[in-house]
Write a protein of this length. Structure first.
Length: 202
């Protein structure tokens, strides 16, 4: 097969011939379509979600979803304010999937008593976790932050409700914040985009 280098067959002449062929056949050429406007990218919008119940330890599903999100490439941090017993704290956080950080307070056991009955080291251990959360909420360097038993930590006096609410109000719009556990303050519930309530355990 040989290719012709002749310029006698020009695109304009070809289109004119096609137009005449359509006229002879009694057909009309299709109207020229106006191209659609370009798509505008929308910035991702995060949500403040609350998962609450009248009992503790009911949100394994939320934690497993956080692990799944990290496995799919999201930067996630899970903070359990009152679950101790592992001598962890911010300096010995656990990292999973390369993208999920898991923090617990550096205390000897799980906390269920009011802060006024605890020593200064215990109260400082819980506050150290909140300071880490506060810094990450304000910096916006996470895709998802899970705050387990945040409400109970407020109710027991370890954290200040006004400080928690103010910090949550300043969070970046692209970050998902998921609060789990009982005793969520009404002021935080009012901020939530989604509230899931478990009324009984199984």
């Amino acid at each position: 097969m040989t290719a012709s280098l002749s310029t006698s067959h020009r695109p304009g002449e070809s289109r004119l011939a096609d137009h005449r062929t359509l006229e002879r056949a009694g057909l009309q050429p299709l109207p020229q379509l106006t191209p659609p406007p370009p798509l505008h990218l929308v910035s991702p919008e995060g949500q403040l979600q609350v998962h609450t119940a009248p009992y503790r330890g009911s949100f394994a599903t939320v934690l497993s979803e956080a692990l799944r999100a990290a496995g799919l490439g999201s930067h996630v941090m899970v903070v359990q304010f009152l679950k101790g017993g592992v001598a962890q704290g911010p300096d010995r956080r656990l990292t999973l999937c390369g993208r999920l950080q898991w923090l617990r307070p550096d205390v000897a056991c799980c906390l269920s008593e009011v802060a006024a009955d605890q020593d200064a080291a215990t109260k400082d251990a819980v506050m150290a976790l909140w300071q880490e959360c506060r810094a990450r909420l304000l910096s916006g360097d996470l895709d998802q932050l899970v705050l387990d038993e945040l409400g109970l930590a407020v109710a027991l006096g370890y954290l200040d409700e006004q400080d928690v609410r103010s910090t949550l109000e300043q969070r970046p719009g692209s970050m998902d914040v998921i609060i789990t556990g009982p005793s969520i303050p009404d002021s935080v519930m009012d901020m939530a985009d989604q509230v899931t309530e478990l009324r009984r355990g199984f």
